[in-house]
Design a protein around this ligand. Structure first.
Ligand code: GDP
Length: 430
């Protein structure tokens, strides 16, 4: 069975933790989009890890971890990450990279930086990992596919073509040093050496796995609201963050995705610029940021403090809808244990009207939050294993959210660790 694990919000919902917990019963874990621009934090028996590129199944020896064609593959980061998990005692993971995946080149990272510099205060808050330039080139058909590394004739021709177009921008728009074809070639050959061992026809492998009825997890990066079509454009990422794209970015039939587990955070956090209706500020935000996640809400890739807010019903309901959610995994609930009362954003006021429908960015910028305040449970819920043992107000909070968003919350995460998980109906496994 194929299950997608994706985010309902702005990212950082705890997808890595849920994937790591569910991977125990999976055969394959596949990354299908995005690159090293965001990270998953995983806490397990080997320690605490920040993964940027590796699928979250790397901690299990039985799992085949796959980098699908839809991923923006940064080879040096990929190789370094493998080395770093092995160094920390994790058995050498099984990893395959699609020969159809494309590579993030060093100039993509430079263009990302140059563009942010050029935009100054009007920048998109990019992580400067080269993701937007990478996907622009992919769709402009001047990207480098892993398979091409093994055909020097193609490389020779292409490095010249790429330098021609890139150098126009470097010279006239950014006023930066120009690219040289021979240096690009050298970079590419270096990548070939680093990646050779891992390259294979992952589409054929996945096809076989599907035929055999193996358990496959598709692991999303970021969340619904960062999707280029359905999110808060232009403050979005450059590849689709939706489960539907999992079929494309991994290379499996869409009808094989039987479960969409949408990870939804019990409060809100976001990085980068863009409308964030339920955002809170000052001491109230600082306290939630300090207590949030596992050791505070700071970006895994950038270390930037995350923007904080209360749970947003409007954004999360929409986020679950566009994912095609079958199950919600409700995470970091334990963090809210310090509060006497918990505000929840239940509607947006736009031009004097209250709506529960998530509007496009131009209207979103004008939206004001409408809050409803729920009683807190005011205690630590970590370590609880059964839903019925959660404090009454905690269950009420979960059930309130569930009713408002309209999707079943079947998994509850009450701590960062692999074992800190409650399946809603006893014994129920999604
Ligand atoms: P991802 O990209 O969606 O995997 O999310 P991140 O790893 O960026 O952020 C989630 C943060 O919350 C990480 O620090 C996790 O260790 C942590 N985390 C995940 N689930 C829980 C939870 O239930 N409780 C607490 N306290 N922390 C959690």
């Amino acid at each position: 069975m194929v299950k997608a694990i994706v985010g309902a919000n702005w990212g950082d919902e705890g997808k890595g933790k849920i994937t790591d917990a569910m991977a125990k019963e999976a055969d394959l874990v596949v990354r299908f989009q995005g690159g090293a621009n965001a990270g998953h934090t995983i806490v397990n028996n080997y320690g605490k890890f920040a993964l940027h590129t590796l699928p979250s199944g790397v901690f299990y020896e039985h799992i085949h971890n796959i980098i699908g064609p839809g991923v923006a593959l940064n080879i040096p980061v990929f190789v370094k990450e493998i080395e770093s998990v092995i160094e920390r005692g994790v058995p050498k993971p099984k990893i395959m990279v699609s020969e159809r995946a494309q590579m993030v080149m060093s100039y993509h990272i430079l263009f990302d930086q140059y563009e942010e510099e050029r935009l100054g205060g009007k920048s998109f808050g990019s992580t400067k990992s080269g993701i937007a330039p990478f996907y622009s080139d992919k769709y402009a058909k001047i990207g480098f596919q892993v398979s091409e590394l093994f055909d020097e004739k193609i490389l020779d021709e292409k490095v010249v073509r790429v330098c021609e177009t890139k150098n126009v921008l470097l010279e006239h728009l950014y006023h930066k040093p120009l690219l040289k074809p021979e240096e690009l070639k050298k970079e590419l050959l270096g990548y070939r050496e680093m990646i050779e061992l891992y390259v294979s026809d992952t589409s054929a492998f996945l096809w076989q796995a599907v035929q055999k009825g193996q358990n496959i997890l598709l692991e999303g990066q970021l969340g619904s609201l960062k999707d280029p079509d359905h999110g808060i454009y232009p403050m979005v990422t450059s590849s689709s963050t939706l489960a539907a794209f999992g079929a494309i970015g991994a290379g499996i039939p869409p009808y094989e995705i039987k479960k969409v587990i949408t990870v939804c955070k019990a409060y809100s956090s976001a990085v980068g610029a863009g409308a964030f209706v339920s955002e809170i500020f000052g001491e109230e935000a600082d306290e939630l940021r300090r207590r949030g996640g596992d050791g505070g809400e700071y970006g895994v890739t950038t270390g930037r403090p995350r923007r904080m807010g209360w749970f947003d019903v409007v954004a999360s309901k929409y986020g679950c809808q566009v994912q095609g959610t079958t199950d919600v995994a409700f995470t970091v609930l334990d963090v809210l244990g310090y509060l006497e009362e918990i505000p929840v954003c239940v509607g947006y006021e736009v031009d004097g009207n209250v709506t529960t429908t998530f509007p496009p960015t131009v209207k979103l910028e004008k939206a004001k939050p409408v809050f409803e305040v729920l009683p807190g449970w005011n205690c630590d819920i970590r370590g609880i294993k059964n839903y019925e043992e959660l404090p009454e107000n905690c269950r009420k909070y979960i059930e309130f959210v569930e009713e408002k968003i309209g999707f079943p919350i079947t998994i509850i995460s009450n701590g960062p660790g692999r074992e800190d998980i409650i399946y809603r109906e006893s014994g129920r496994k999604v």
